[in-house]
Design a protein around this ligand. Sequence first.
Ligand SMILES: [Cu+2]
Length: 451
Amino acid sequence: MNRRQLLAGGAGALLASAAAAETRFRDLPEAAFANSPDTQVPERPTQGLEYNPVVTLNGWSLPWRMNGNVKEFHLVAEPVERIMADGMIARLWGYNGQSTGPTIEAVEGERVRIYVTNRLPEHTTVHWHGLILPSGMDGVGGLSHHAIPPGKTFVYEFDLTKSGTFMYHPHADEMVQMAMGMMGLFIVHPRDPAFMPVDRDFAFLLAAYDIDPGTYVPRVAEMTNFNMWTWNSRVFPNIDSLVVNKGDRVRVRCGNLTITNHPIHMHGYHFEVTGTDGGWVPQSARWPEVSIDIPVGAMRAYEFDAVHEGDWAIHCHKSHHTMNAMGHDLPTFIGADKAKLTQMIRRQQPGHMPMGTAGMADMGEMSMELPDNTVPMMTGWGPYGPLEMGGMFSVVKVREGIARDDYSDPGWYQNPPGTQAWEWTGELPEELRQTNAETVIIPKSHLNHSH
Ligand SMILES: [Cu+2]
């Protein structure tokens, strides 16, 4: 059986028919593992309650089985290797072969039983962020229950009392385990499939790492100086596009498990926040936005009608978060004349390139020699040249005629004639300028006449 069938709940169907109907499974559900960082589009469920699955960017959804009336999952906490981008592997901790972990999807009103096996070298727990559940299932090590020792399996079991956008992560040695990439999405679909339906439902988590170029393991004690700003532990240009059919109603769910806020900005549209990890936002409380700030430890779901065709950037608006490694402690050379210095350096190092005297855009085009296992600070090529981006950046690709469950890359957008910026080659009108650079200060004597 392949993983796709597993994802569709096929495993549950097969196992269920093999077992006597009333007998509870005595064994753990088989744990599924993913070894690819590509977006795995889940098939629609063929058994159990109906729902419209989410598409986890560069991720996948955890297979489940029905055991009586309980939906059973098996999470395995373990060290993983994550391909953050072509040419860069990170040695992280995650779940079922990947960081971020697989998305758990279930339906409001269902009871879930989640087996958690710990294959880490230290204890862990799982906290179910935003879900309403018994105190003893809340996953705070030492407070809710004993932490799960290495090699042991614990069971979490609770009813899903409401639908929404939630997540899971450890609450044991939390600083280290989250800095190592342990996190995943937990989506509870509405019981009524007609409640706030969408055609496409994307989801991703924001995670930040500090991985020195040439190394593999994040520095877990870092508080501010991260250099890998990721969506689902991937950086541009290796974050998959959000492929959308023109006219679709689209939801994007985004959660922040870094230690700073991220204003996520999407071009070409305005949209409304329709949900948080606290629940759905009533219609009367929504307002239009083009950037939404995602606070630390929070989730936002926003929606829009995809009526504008094109390739639309979606990115964090903190410009340092659309960059990759190589450090941000570069000196500023704008306006400096490095010609003489370059001559001197080239006597020692013939290939030396003077950089940054006219800005840093040249870094997006040059293929400099990099240390092993890193990605350029600014990279990625579009149809018209380098994008000079990295980190938290992707493209929403809205096209006519994309089939319902097709998420394959449609390529670059062809701008219709007359709808693209062009070079002006004719006469220029006189340029108007404020020529006086000085601030004009009105003498006090002119202001105080009334006194
Ligand atoms: Cu950011």
